[in-house]
Ligand binder design. Structure first.
Ligand SMILES: Cc1ncc(COP(=O)(O)O)c(C=O)c1O
Length: 393
């Protein structure tokens, strides 16, 4: 008999009932160190007091009104995002997938408005993940994402990661945009080197293409800058965000330049819940903390310590791990054993990590993880790795 919850997830048998900072409490009383943050969502940990205050204060006033009316909380968050990023304008969604939908629509509408309706093509890269809607799975192009869900939305071409020749060869008169994650999350913490992101920006400028960045996972302070593309010193035309911006409340957004957004006039897009007062009140409280340069300095300093500890972990367990990649609070431990086994051993040691492609164990801790908790992360991962080493073959 089919379970009452549609069985699309492979869930671990853990039942968390409470969260506090970097800690998750299991129903049975165990206390887990959370290095996953619900896959890069809880940027300020669980039940962060200013976020709880923002949410409850708003909940006591007004939950929902509809985008038929002005929403001051939405305006305030949009103003803050415009003030702190390349963007001139923002549309709020409830998730990263919905942000992907709009990014694709916006790029296509842009070219339609500019008199090039044929420029519907969007180039993407192997290993990418942009969500699970029809547009997002088409963008991924991966067999495991699209198989059985056809007809697949047309216009996407998935290119090998890092293959410049293939990229140049793929651009033709129908190409309108390039869509890429500065750091692939689900794809296994694959980082796009700064010079490559600069190169992509130049290529887009030269060929007249829109550059769409997916910062759903790597944005909102995760890499030690407010947004990952800031490391390369270039800006996109359109950017998708979600996850961290809500700190645990479902919230996403598309940020765009005025030019890129030129086609998105009244009636072209909408969402019942997108930008509702609750989500935007929390999003503003998140951004007030994370966009503070002192906070980001501190994230970078503690991220350095985390990396140093992980290098030590790898050196101590060469049969379990072979390297660490990524940056900021977005690290991937390249594992020699199946990543799922390492994550499971972590559960036994009461530490939460997240598997990704390419045998990567992701560490995506709350950005405010303390130095003591970083030491504890090492201790628990060390215990997990030792248990794996001592396992009978
Ligand atoms: C880079 C990236 N884009 C888009 C998405 C989809 O976001 P959501 O699950 O909020 O729809 C994800 C989710 O993991 C992601 O990592």
């Amino acid at each position: 008999m089919i379970p009452s919850v549609l069985p699309t997830y492979n869930r671990a048998p853990l039942h968390f009932v409470k969260g506090e900072g970097c800690w998750l409490f299991e129903e049975d009383g165990r206390r887990f160190l959370d290095l996953g943050s619900g896959i890069a969502v809880n940027v300020l940990g669980h039940a962060h007091p200013p976020l709880v205050a923002a949410l409850t204060e708003q909940a006591n006033k007004l939950w929902h009104v509809s985008n038929l009316y002005e929403i001051p909380q939405q305006q305030a968050l949009a103003d803050k995002l415009v003030e702190t990023t390349f963007a001139d304008t923002v549309f709020f969604t409830n998730s990263g997938t919905e942000a992907c939908e709009l990014a694709v629509k916006m790029a296509r509408k842009y070219w339609y408005e500019k008199g090039h309706p044929e420029k519907t093509g969007i180039l993407t890269f192997e290993g990418c993940f942009h969500g699970r809607s029809s547009a997002a799975i088409a963008a991924s192009g991966a067999d495991k994402m699209v198989k059985g869900f056809g007809p697949v939305l047309a216009g996407f071409k998935t290119l090998p990661w890092g293959d410049h020749d293939a990229l140049h060869a793929a651009i033709d008169d129908t190409t309108g945009a390039i869509l890429i994650e500065p750091v692939q999350g689900e794809g296994g913490i694959r980082t796009l080197p700064d010079q490559c992101l600069k190169g992509l920006r130049e290529l887009c400028d030269e060929k007249g293409l829109l550059l769409i960045l997916d910062e759903v996972q790597c944005g909102v302070g995760r890499t030690g800058r407010l947004f990952a593309h800031e490391w390369a010193g270039v800006t996109p035309d359109i950017m998708m965000i979600a996850k961290g911006i809500g700190g645990g409340f479902p919230l996403g957004a598309v940020l765009a330049t005025e030019d890129a957004a030129c086609g998105m006039v009244a009636g072209t897009h909408g969402s019942t819940y997108g930008g509702n007062p609750l989500g935007c009140a929390v999003g503003k409280a998140v951004l007030d903390v994370v966009a503070d340069p002192d906070f980001l300095d501190d994230v970078r300093a503690r991220a350095g310590l985390l990396r140093q500890k992980m290098e030590g972990l790898i050196a101590a367990h060469p049969t379990v791990f072979e390297g660490v990649r990524g940056y900021g609070m977005m690290l991937g431990l390249k594992s020699k054993l199946p990543a799922a086994d390492v994550v499971k051993a972590g559960y036994a040691a009461e530490v939460i990590t997240v598997p990704a492609a390419d045998n990567i164990v992701r560490l995506l801790p709350p950005l405010n993880i303390t130095e003591d908790e970083i030491q504890e992360a090492f201790n628990r991962l060390d215990a997990a790795a030792t248990a794996l080493e001592n396992q009978p073959a």
